[in-house]
Ligand binder design. Structure first.
Ligand code: A2P
Length: 289
């Protein structure tokens, strides 16, 4: 009993960065992940991931499509941190919609990362990026069945999807065995994802939030800045904390050490009234250059 009480006390005083969620198969996932989309392969990725690990991140998100898996793997292996203390996600490229192709792609991911196992492997999107909206129901089932095979082999601890709508997930549930552990979606203050989130909550599928800062375009939003001022934190910290309080795992990206650190300092509580105010922000400010 005493042991339990100490455990609870320690847990309550633990920094968010060191806290985890538990996925539907019992695997633990650190609440804050380090996003590596748009970080250049090679030195830029190696340095950014090295800094992230140095400053306490234990969850790194990459993808075959980012072309930086090799540098992520090198940084993780060179860090000296035991492999089992770092949660690494990679993604099956969006155009691979067949069983054999998915098996091959996973082998390539593992070779690039230089790991014996991966923590999470997810289908990057329900359709190829070049054909958004295309009906790939059969292909998604074929690719997911390959991922189930890999999962059962123990080479990956959890499997899931990304950018999937409720209909896309239902297709997987109807034809496959393993309920996806995760749906990684674009989610940030102002972007209404309630339909997908409610559906995933119902099915026990955990939500990871990519682009938590709206790829940076959200940071000059006046409402967010008003709330940030009140708590004496930055707009970025409000964006990240908001997603934690929504029960999701934000994946902020930065290549700058100060920001990499700042994005972990979210051990404050946004009051209900301010969460409600942030909920009134509407729209997607992202611009694609
Ligand atoms: P940089 O990498 O130059 O630091 P998202 O995580 O939503 O994709 O947003 C990433 C963008 O936000 C990047 O352009 C990143 O720039 C910028 N960014 C990340 N953290 C911060 C921060 N704490 N303050 C300001 N900008 C940030």
């Amino acid at each position: 009993m005493i042991h339990d009480r100490i455990g609870l006390k320690e847990m309550l005083s633990m920094k968010v960065l060191n806290q985890t969620y538990t996925l539907n198969n019992g695997v633990k996932i650190p609440k804050i992940g380090f996003g590596t989309w748009q970080i250049k392969p090679g030195d830029e990725t190696y340095q950014a991931v090295t800094l992230a690990l140095k400053h306490g991140y234990r969850h790194i998100d990459t993808a075959e499509g980012y072309r930086n898996e090799k540098s992520v793997g090198e940084a993780v292996r060179d860090s000296g941190i035991p492999r089992e203390e770092i949660f690494v996600t990679s993604k099956l490229e969006s155009h691979i919609k067949d069983y054999e192709g998915a098996l091959r792609a996973f082998d390539e991911t593992m070779e690039a990362l230089g790991f014996e196992y991966l923590d999470l492997f997810i289908i990057h999107a329900p359709w190829p990026w070049s054909e958004m909206g295309k009906d790939c129901k059969e292909g998604n089932v074929a690719a997911y069945k390959a991922m189930e095979k890999i999962y059962k082999s123990g080479r990956v601890k959890a499997i899931g999807v990304s950018n999937f709508s409720p209909e896309d997930i239902q297709n997987i549930l109807d034809h496959c065995e393993v309920v996806p552990a995760v749906n990684q979606i674009g989610y940030f203050i102002g972007l209404d994802q309630s339909k997908t989130i409610n559906y995933c909550n119902e099915k026990g599928i955990f939500i990871e939030a990519y682009s938590p800062l709206g790829i940076g375009y959200l940071l000059d939003n006046p409402v967010i800045n008003e709330v940030a001022k009140k708590y004496n934190v930055s707009a970025a910290q409000i964006c990240i904390r908001y997603l934690i309080q929504k029960g999701t795992a934000p994946l902020p990206k930065s290549i700058h050490e100060k920001r990499i650190i700042q994005n972990t300092e979210v051990d404050f509580e946004i009051k209900d009234e301010d969460m409600k105010l942030l909920d009134t922000v509407k729209g997607d400010p992202r611009r694609w250059s």
